[in-house]
Design a protein around this ligand. Structure first.
Ligand SMILES: Nc1ncnc2c1ncn2[C@@H]1O[C@H](COP(=O)(O)OP(=O)(O)OP(=O)(O)O)[C@@H](O)[C@H]1O
Ligand SMILES: [Mg+2]
Length: 489
């Protein structure tokens, strides 16, 4: 038996790998992964596809590369996917720089700088076709200095790397070169980066905070969990797989009617909420896949507010069936069985957010304005007859007036405009919109009235304590503080 060395034919292989299925935004994200792995804190993206010489460039202020490193970096399969990677490395396959770039352009130039040392390499598909070999171009100093993007962008940095895409056939092919198309594509890229790198953009312990600019405009992080506004509906969990931690946090977004217009738009409206519910898998804090229950749960109306953050380290890559674009991943059974437990509890959690939207997490001992009772045929909502304000009012009424009031309350309860409310909520109307300030002012006025009414009451202290726990007063810090002072005096 003989062994034949059968290297791939460069032009054909390179052309084929262009069809891996990268979108423009996932290709740009793949380049930024490399910048993050190289400890960059600043990334500057330039889109100039309709200039005389159209280009897209991605500049970072990371560590840069030595001559040997850039040679390796340009090779297809620069590092084995089986290697153990630094725990901060976002790479896996040794391909992204080449495959992501050449999926969008026919000419990739990488220029890197470490102090005074500057190196540049280029894959030009047209050149490869002509030579028929893996002809990597190495640019000399004069050629590097003749590149305008080097002059304007990388030259002034101490260290860093500039990735330059030219011959943008994919982007420009067939398209009428209108500004509209370009701004649309830039918008996709902006939104994608704002989401997948949101934790880097916002900064958190253990990672270098990142700034990304696109044509001079800073990209703001897009937090899919609305942290601070949403409810953590069960305690964070951590489980160990092969000695590595997998961490899970479960968020319930605020009820749709409690979202501001801006928040709702950012979440993609009702459609976006339903579509994007589910797990959000982060690999080294970089969002990998999102908006899926991995077939453990149906994307239904009730769970549409639930979003579960799962943090996995890159050391567990071999379990996840990661693809080269790093845009799909399938959780292994060990992880699935742990996640299944959490999924089971979601329906319960989201039901609660729908029924007692927003209030209950603050004080559940407090007395609610409405009470809900389960009966055989469904549920009944009644105004809580124990509510402090109602009790006070009743004290001032004679029997006849009390009866009239009770009749009125029953009438209101029995005629809630439920169908209309349902339609409004589904149409994303904000129901009972009130400015937060107005609602607070009204609540303060009510408390003041109550206080005036109970000033001589022997039960005054107990009543004040009750108001402090009562809906909606318990939701306002100012009111609770005011009542606490009242108790002290
Ligand atoms: N901006 C950069 N700064 C410093 N080094 C870089 C940069 N971009 C790429 N490299 C080096 O080039 C190597 C190859 O990058 P490439 O994206 O092709 O593969 P990878 O990141 O190792 O794996 P993956 O295919 O999963 O992205 C990297 O491992 C890194 O060492
Ligand atoms: Mg990479």
């Amino acid at each position: 038996m003989k062994i034949l060395d059968m290297p791939p034919f460069a032009p054909v292989l390179m052309e084929s790998t262009r069809a891996m299925g990268y979108s423009l935004e996932s290709a740009v994200a793949d380049i930024i992964d490399n910048s993050i792995a190289a400890n960059a804190s600043n990334i500057d993206i330039q889109f100039s596809p309709y200039d005389a010489v159209p280009f897209i460039s991605i500049l970072d202020n990371g560590d840069g590369m030595t001559k040997e490193q850039i040679n390796d970096a340009m090779r297809y399969g620069s590092q084995s996917s089986l290697n153990i990677r630094d725990s901060k490395d976002l790479g896996r396959f040794g391909l992204g720089l080449k495959t992501a770039s050449l999926s969008q352009c026919r000419c990739l130039t990488v220029i890197t700088k470490q102090g005074r040392r500057i190196e540049a390499r280029r894959w030009d598909l047209d050149e490869i076709y002509e030579k028929g070999t893996w002809a990597l171009l190495s640019l000399n100093s004069e050629e590097i200095h003749a590149i305008p993007q080097f002059q304007t962008q990388l030259k002034s940095l101490k260290s860093g790397t500039l990735v330059l895409w030219e011959k943008l056939d994919r982007m420009l092919n067939g398209a009428k070169a209108t500004d509209k198309l370009m701004s649309k594509q830039m918008e996709y890229v902006r939104e994608h980066l704002a989401l997948v790198f949101h934790r880097y953009l916002a900064g958190e312990p253990g990672i270098t905070k990142l700034t990304i600019q696109m044509n001079g405009l800073k990209i703001e992080p897009k937090d899919p969990f609305l942290i601070g506004r949403s409810t953590v509906f069960q305690a964070d969990e951590k489980f160990m797989i092969e000695g590595y931690p997998v961490e899970v946090s479960s968020f319930m977004l605020p009820h749709v009617s409690n979202l501001t217009k801006k928040e709702k738009a950012a979440l993609g409206g009702t459609e976006g909420l339903t579509k994007d519910q589910g797990f959000y898998i982060y690999r080294n804090k970089r969002l990998l896949v999102w908006g899926t229950w991995f077939r453990m749960h149906r994307k239904d109306e009730l769970s549409k507010l639930a979003r579960i953050r799962v943090d996995v380290p890159n050391a567990l890559d071999h379990l996840w069936t990661l693809d080269i674009r790093k845009s799909t991943a399938v959780p292994p059974d060990v992880i699935k069985s742990n996640l299944a437990r959490i999924v089971d509890r979601i329906s319960e959690g989201s039901k609660r957010a729908w029924t007692f939207r927003g209030k209950r997490e603050i004080s559940d001992n407090g007395s609610h304005l409405w009470s809900k009772t389960k009966i055989r045929d469904g549920v009944v909502y009644n105004l809580n007859r124990e509510h402090v304000l109602l009790q006070l009012l009743e004290e001032t009424l004679n029997q006849e007036q009390k009866k009239l009031l009770e009749n009125y309350l029953r009438l209101a309860e029995g005629n809630l405009p439920l169908n209309q409310l349902y339609v409004d909520l589904n149409n994303e109307e904000q129901v009972n919109v009130r400015k937060e300030k107005d609602a607070e002012r009204e609540a303060i006025e009510t408390v003041e009235t109550i206080l005036a009414n109970i000033s001589d009451s022997p039960m005054r202290d107990a009543q004040i304590r009750l108001i402090m726990q009562t809906d909606p007063f318990c939701n306002y810090r100012n009111i609770v503080d005011m009542l606490a002072k009242e108790l002290d005096s």
